[in-house]
Design a protein around this ligand. Structure first.
Ligand code: 5AD
Length: 456
């Protein structure tokens, strides 16, 4: 299985290549010196708007041949689902109906319109989601990027009020994957499972020095032409720069909330301003950034949610990553009332209207509420993440309850010589692909459409 399809370079201007995928064109940056010799006619893999690997023409043609029939079949299915939903009418909510018309016509929504979306009553939600799904289908087609995530350490020096791996949770068994283990797992994800973009995530764990992280990234990049996202929290910008130099061009760092008071309450001793400054610096330096917030933090109002989405848009990230707060029993927010599942879905739909060409992740936290992945994808989302943490560690990366639900985790004892302990990861991949195909989505990231990257 492949999570990216190769494309053919049809032109190069400066460091930007225009790549053709079955007649669709996308732009991608050529940032690695090793790729500077690329020419029109070459076949490449691009992820997050960056060329990450070159592929021989004969190999590319064979892969494209195997994709061709399916690619068009999936497109048709997606368009069919988007159109069929059109027949559903909104009852008794004229103001929502006109906001949806406005959003679908591409007009800018006012703040009042945004409030209408966030506060829409239950019976109007299906048409709302269907409308956002149509905007997604029209603006971005059916490609859905599927990134893998490896959670390499659950040690954290912070005491965040929402997070299950916070330093004060003494009941949690802590683990760290060694450098060799991380590199091996990444290679397995790329070479055996077909991933082309990986997130390396951990708590804020200074056990891994800058040099160790750089070495891990370098070793992975020597073996694999992929986009690596670092999700390691607030390390100094200098550390991120070193990692970029080693070949990790992506960073996943949420700002958690746009409300500075709530921020300092749930991240004791920390300031939103500093977090945002780092995110802005990463984007300005050319990182492919995924960022976003938690929906449902205590004290957050509907206005805060609108501000969260508008702040995300103003940062111009590559991807929106936000999800519902799932209160964890061993955190300061243990007693917080969980939000209604549809609240996070409205946030997805509204984000789609406000930023029609955005990549929006249907996050794992959403999934703990009903059939979140599917609902998210049908409410405007177009990206997924699959957990590729070795099964023996998965359950201890306990950010929130129910996180490993449905992954088939049976045993904690690895079979000697195997990468996985049980059917967990493989099952999740099978289920996810089945879902994507049933919805007419191609599990590929075919690159950026608006070319807003600044390449460092
Ligand atoms: N519920 C939902 N998401 C959470 N995260 C941490 N704790 C929780 C929780 N209880 C999210 C944070 C963090 C990301 C890695 O996980 O937004 O940035």
């Amino acid at each position: 299985m492949c999570y990216a399809i190769p494309g053919r370079i049809v032109s190069i201007q400066g460091r930007t290549a225009t790549i053709d995928y079955f007649g669709e064109r996308r732009e991608a940056g050529i940032i690695e010196t090793g790729n500077w010799a690329l020419k029109t006619g070459n076949y490449v893999y691009a992820q997050g708007g960056i060329v990450v690997d070159r592929i021989a023409e004969s190999d590319a043609l064979a892969i494209l041949e195997s994709w061709k029939g399916r690619f068009f079949e999936l497109k048709k299915r997606d368009a069919g689902i988007a159109e069929t939903a059109k027949t559903k009418k909104i009852k008794n909510n004229g103001s929502l109906a006109s906001v949806l018309d406005k959003a679908e016509s591409g007009a800018l929504l006012t703040r009042r319109d945004m409030e209408t979306v966030i506060t829409a009553e239950k019976p109007s939600l299906e048409p709302l989601y269907a409308s956002a799904n149509r905007v997604r289908s029209r603006e971005l087609g059916n490609s859905c990027c599927v990134h893998g995530i490896i959670e390499f350490s659950n040690n954290c020096k912070n005491g965040c009020a929402y997070c299950g791996i916070n330093k004060n949770n003494t009941k949690l068994a802590r683990y760290r994957m060694g450098a060799d283990e991380i590199v091996e797992r990444a290679e397995y994800a790329v070479k055996e499972l077909g991933f082309r973009a990986l997130v390396l995530q951990s708590g804020e764990d200074d056990y891994y020095s800058d040099d160790v992280l750089v070495d891990i990234v370098k070793r992975i990049r020597e073996q694999c032409g992929i986009l690596i996202f670092m999700s390691i929290g607030e390390r100094p910008f200098e550390c991120y720069k070193k990692l970029y130099g080693a070949g990790a061009y992506g960073a996943l760092l949420r700002f958690e909330t746009s409300n500075p008071k709530i921020y300092s309450m749930v991240r004791p001793g920390k300031r939103l301003e500093e977090r945002l400054a780092l995110i802005r610096k990463l984007i300005a330096a050319g990182f492919v950034v995924a960022t976003g917030f938690l929906v449902g933090l205590p004290g957050a109002t509907e206005q805060d949610l609108i501000n969260d989405i508008l702040l995300t848009k103003s940062l111009r990230p590559d991807m929106y990553s936000f999800g519902p707060l799932i209160p964890h029993p061993r955190t300061l927010l243990a007693g917080t009332k969980p939000i209604a599942p549809d609240y996070a879905l409205r946030a997805i739909a509204l984000s789609r209207f406000i930023d029609p060409k955005a990549k929006i992740l249907a996050t794992t936290a959403l999934e703990t509420l009903n059939k979140g992945k599917k609902d998210g994808l049908l409410a405007g989302a177009n990206s997924l993440m699959i957990n590729l943490t070795p099964d023996k560690y998965k359950r201890d990366y306990d950010l929130y309850p129910g996180k490993t639900k449905g992954t088939g985790l049976g045993t904690r004892n690895p079979k000697p010589g195997t990468q996985d302990t049980g059917p967990g990861t493989q099952d999740e991949i099978r289920e996810t692909l089945g879902l994507l195909y049933s919805l007419g989505r191609a599990p590929t990231d075919i690159g950026k459409m608006d070319g807003n990257h600044v390449f460092a």
